[in-house]
Design a protein around this ligand. Structure first.
Ligand SMILES: Nc1ncnc2c1ncn2[C@@H]1O[C@H](COP(=O)(O)OP(=O)(O)O)[C@@H](O)[C@H]1O
Ligand SMILES: Cc1cn([C@H]2C[C@H](O)[C@@H](COP(=O)(O)OP(=O)(O)O)O2)c(=O)[nH]c1=O
Length: 211
């Protein structure tokens, strides 16, 4: 029943909202799930999340990747091995966008993350840039990445990413939250997860790149 689901996309797209609502819906369906996020709640993750104005470029890229490998080892893989659905708010695709915005070459980001497990279901959560700008104005920005640059530029980077990841055999499914309520978006994703999790098995141990 295990399935590794990742949510990536621009700030304000609704990733955290979706993760929270999917958790509630999976609980109602009686499906054991771990809802988690990256950077993780561990020591490295807390530094990465809180110190994005102190760390940047290569240092932040390595910090986020180190947290990712520790998170996979200590939380994600054990939950999958217990047969749970894991929903992770941000994963490798976010590194492709955020670290390249920070000037890190794409190939270096790819190599840093090459040994990170591939999700069974990778979701691009997105919406029109005007919608995102409005949501971020209401909610407030959470990091320097949301203060700097425009939502339009970030949306474009995620759109281009679909092609970059496809080259690695990494398939993105898209959820546009601009035209549906959080509940409807979550119900669609929960339905998809329930359909897939009854067929999926773990461990996938696949890699973004061949070793
Ligand atoms: N489908 C939706 N429709 C309208 N507003 C939404 C939707 N999903 C999320 N929001 C709102 O948009 C804001 C950003 O959502 P959030 O989940 O924090 O985004 P992210 O985690 O992607 O940065 C929040 O105020 C949230 O309530
Ligand atoms: C997952 C990830 C996060 N980060 C950084 C950027 C963000 O400033 C920070 C937290 O992400 P974010 O999801 O925007 O925070 P919140 O959940 O509060 O909205 O971590 C990276 O630089 N690369 C990554 O791959």
């Amino acid at each position: 029943m295990s399935l590794f689901v990742t949510l990536d996309g621009p700030g304000g797209a609704g990733k955290s909202t979706l993760a929270r609502l999917v958790a509630e819906q999976l609980a109602v369906a009686g499906v054991p799930a771990l809802i988690t996020r990256e950077p993780s709640g561990g020591l490295l993750g807390e530094v990465a999340r809180r110190q994005t104005s102190t760390f940047s470029g290569l240092a932040l890229a390595c910090l986020v990747a180190a947290d990712r490998y520790h998170h996979l080892e200590t939380e994600v893989r054990p939950a999958l091995a217990r047969g749970e659905v894991v929903v992770c708010d941000r994963y490798v695709p976010s590194s492709y966008v955020l670290q390249s915005r920070d000037g890190v070459p794409l190939d270096y980001i790819r190599h840093l993350n090459a040994l990170a497990d591939r999700p069974g279901l990778a979701i691009l959560v997105t919406a029109a840039s005007a919608v995102l700008e409005e949501r971020l104005t209401v909610r407030g920005a959470h990091s320097r990445f949301e203060h700097e640059g425009s939502s339009a530029a970030e949306v474009a980077l995620y759109e281009d990413l679909a092609d970059v990841l496809a080259v690695d055999g990494y398939v993105f499914h898209r959820i546009d939250t601009g035209h549906q309520s959080p509940q409807d978006a979550a119900a669609a994703l929960t339905g998809h997860i329930l359909g897939l999790s009854s067929r999926a098995s773990y461990p996938p141990r696949e890699r973004l790149l061949p070793p």
